[in-house]
Design a protein around this ligand. Structure first.
Ligand code: SF4
Ligand code: SF4
Length: 373
């Protein structure tokens, strides 16, 4: 099983799509009957190593998560000192404090998602001046120290920059330099109640979809040259299409991936610390007693469900956006799935000619990249 351990709710950055939106007074004022909050959850994890020891099983995967997990380095070290290689470690971080974690610990975390939104201009616009340079400096440092684990560029495609093609291509330059290994993105949509504007978001989706088509064309061109770039949304959907496999929620939320909240509750998704609606168990009980959670509502009638999985369990339950907003998000999901399906014969032909292999599309599911943006 995959468990995001929410070490802290604090983050030292004030990113436009996270901090600014969550601090919008409207988010507090608007009552949402779909979400029940847990006022008692502390901002910092109170879960002890002893509790984790009783709860986790050998080979479980623990994903250090926040807020910003690297604010809690002593706790991370305590956990890794105690468990050693009995469990596996992953992390999702903004990358700014990566240089502070001693290499002895860092090398045990075999996959790390690092927030970066494309080139310096886009990243610093979203995440603050100097962010891009500092993150790259830290990545260079850990690579020089010998870090060989997977570094995933975790992009947020914000409303101002629908051009996913150019954002990904900027990251690909870093992949080619050996700084990152793979790319994942999620569109900033459906996570806050007060940020939906029909006209702007309709335009965003049109531009984003056009850009996806362009990116897919480029990705296939590279593949014909024998190079498969690990763009998680493309890889994940392609694998399902090629293997003719159905998926459940692709991020793992509610079935294979859960979060251990700051007060020791087991929650169906890592962004739901202190949201009772997603509580599925308790760290003091056996993991077998965790209650699974599945998508509901319109997704159940959708012909894309087997490949989409429902995009996001949080969005599906919280229903923060109006129907029209959700329909526009789904337009982007359907466009992406159709773009992959259209290329299936070509992908199969390349496999048959042994130019690429089906194995090239295999990836570790549920450690972080949500696949459906
Ligand atoms: S495309 Fe939309 S409605 Fe269909 S399964 Fe995905 S999220 Fe649900
Ligand atoms: S996609 Fe949604 S449900 Fe899955 S981890 Fe992200 S926020 Fe949670």
């Amino acid at each position: 099983m995959y468990y995001h351990l929410i070490l802290t709710e604090f983050c030292h950055r004030k990113c436009t799509y996270c901090y600014e939106k969550s601090m919008n007074p409207q988010e507090f004022e608007i009552k949402n009957d779909n979400l029940q909050f847990d006022e008692s959850a502390p901002t910092k994890s109170e879960v002890t190593v002893k509790q984790l020891d009783a709860f986790l099983k050998k080979d479980d995967v623990l994903i250090f998560y926040g807020g910003e997990p690297l604010i809690e380095i002593p706790k991370m070290q305590e956990i890794m000192d105690f468990f050693g290689d009995k469990i596996q470690y992953r992390m999702q971080t903004n990358g700014l404090l990566l240089d502070r974690l001693p290499y002895k610990y860092l090398k045990q975390i075999r996959k790390i998602l690092i927030s970066i939104d494309g080139n310096k201009k886009r990243t610093d616009h979203n995440r603050g001046i100097g962010n891009y340079d500092r993150v790259l400096k830290n990545i260079k440092k850990i690579r020089e120290e010998g870090y060989t684990g997977e570094l995933v560029a975790r992009m947020t495609i914000a409303r101002e920059f629908p051009d996913v093609y150019n954002s990904v291509r900027s990251i690909i330059r870093l992949v080619n330099k050996g700084l990152f290994d793979s790319v994942h993105w999620q569109i900033d949509a459906g996570f806050y109640k007060a940020d939906f504007e029909e006209v702007n978001f309709t335009k965003f989706i049109e531009q984003y979809n056009t850009s996806i088509t362009r990116l897919m064309k480029w990705w296939i061109t590279q593949m014909k040259k024998g190079k498969i770039y690990k763009l998680y949304p493309f890889i994940g959907i392609s694998e399902s299409v090629l293997r003719q496999e159905k998926t459940s929620m692709r991020c793992g939320a509610g079935h294979t991936g859960f979060a251990i909240t700051t007060n020791g509750m087991i929650s169906a998704c890592p962004v739901t610390n202190a949201v009772k609606t997603f509580y599925a168990g308790n760290v003091n009980e056996a993991s077998e007693s965790i209650k699974p959670m599945t998508v509901q509502g319109d997704c159940l009638q959708c012909s894309y469900l087997d490949l989409c999985g429902g995009r996001c369990l949080y969005q599906n339950y919280a229903r923060l956006w109006p129907k029209m907003g959700n329909a526009l998000i789904c337009q982007s999901v359907k466009h992406l799935i159709d773009a992959v399906k259209k290329k299936q014969p070509l992908l199969q032909a390349l496999i048959d000619k042994k130019m690429i292999s089906l194995k090239d599309f295999s990836y570790e599911k549920y450690f972080g990249p949500e696949i459906i943006p």
